[in-house]
Write a protein that binds this ligand. Structure first.
Ligand SMILES: NC(=O)c1ccc[n+]([C@@H]2O[C@H](COP(=O)([O-])OP(=O)(O)OC[C@H]3O[C@@H](n4cnc5c(N)ncnc54)[C@H](O)[C@@H]3O)[C@@H](O)[C@H]2O)c1
Length: 292
């Protein structure tokens, strides 16, 4: 008998006729576009019922519609992760959609609001910490009744971090602190909810992934804060060029290229999948080898 067949017999693992996440209900924040939208699509392909959460209602609806049209199952629940009422509504609607169960939370919603330390405002600081740390904590807390359960089904929490959080990045004190913060949150969830309930919690830190966050700032993407302030997204072209040096594009990345949103989302799927059922509390770098 092969080793994998034996493991499958003992654990029920490595045998997934209906997909790696069959029947699981997943909340993915910030899944209206970019990495989150790709994660929503990949999760649905693997049999998950996906709750598409995003501040951009139209984009969230599009993602959910596409999943449903291609034979998957999704709902969109639009709203702002900085709004406590929205977080409660998100959990309520996800649990309704999942007939009383939620199996996965991917805390992915986020953006950068950069500034060098001496010019960073309190608003910039507070907003980025609220979005990347406080909101994920509040979502996990609100969903606790669906994770602190003993029904024998898998439960996973993924918090999205960044190389900026693990290594620092000039011009991103707020983001670096916040993205470092989720590492501690993740490990604490793993330690609190692992022993009795088998909940796994892992951090995934991305490097340079091709989305609007890393596109040229000159392309004009922006996000509006709750106070109505427009925050420009992307990296200024001049800064990108200065980092590279002539003929050395992506010299800091051993694979010499940025990752795609699909590659980033695949890593989220992999960590949530039963193939990683003995991995918890870890910070997994998905960076093409950058910063090793
Ligand atoms: N792209 C990269 O290179 C990179 C690198 C490291 C980490 N990350 C992280 O990955 C995550 C996804 O980023 P992305 O590159 O896919 O960006 P993206 O801008 O393509 O997608 C992020 C989504 O989050 C949503 N969002 C932002 N603020 C929100 C709020 N207050 N409430 C609800 N939704 C909100 C946006 O509307 C957007 O749809 C973020 O946490 C980001 O910090 C990205």
């Amino acid at each position: 008998m092969s080793y994998t067949t034996r493991i499958a017999q003992v654990t029920g693992h490595l045998n997934f006729p209906k997909g790696l996440l069959a029947g699981q209900v997943a909340i993915i924040t910030g899944s209206g576009q970019g990495i989150g939208a790709e994660a929503a699509r990949l999760f649905a392909n693997e049999g998950a019922k996906v709750v598409v959460s995003d501040i951009d209602a139209e984009k969230a609806k599009n993602v959910a519609d596409k999943i449903n049209e291609s034979g998957g199952s999704a709902i969109s629940v639009p709203g702002d992760m900085l709004d406590d009422n929205y977080i409660n509504e998100l959990v309520k609607k996800a649990a309704e959609f999942g007939s009383g169960k939620i199996h996965i939370i991917v805390n992915n919603a986020g953006y950068t609001w950069d500034g060098v330390i001496h010019k960073t405002t309190d608003k910039q600081w507070d907003t980025i910490l609220a979005l990347h740390n406080t909101a994920p904590f509040k979502l996990v807390r609100a969903a606790a009744p669906y994770f602190r359960v003993k029904d024998g089904e898998p439960r996973n929490i993924i918090n999205i971090s960044s190389t900026s959080g693990l290594h620092g990045n000039a011009g991103q004190a707020n983001y670096a602190l916040a993205k470092a913060g989720v590492v501690g949150l993740t490990k604490t969830i793993a330690k609190e909810w692992g022993p009795q309930y088998g909940v796994r919690a892992n951090t995934i830190a991305f490097g340079f992934i091709l989305t609007r966050l890393t596109a040229a700032k000159e392309e004009g993407a922006f996000i509006t804060t709750p106070e109505g302030e427009k925050v420009a997204l992307g990296i200024p072209q001049a800064q990108k060029k200065a980092r590279a040096g002539p003929g050395e594009e992506h010299a800091d990345i051993p694979l010499r290229r940025p990752g795609t949103a699909t590659e980033a989302a695949s890593a989220i799927l992999a960590v949530c999948s039963p193939l990683m059922s003995y991995v918890t509390g870890q910070t997994i770098s998905v960076t093409g080898g950058r910063n090793m």
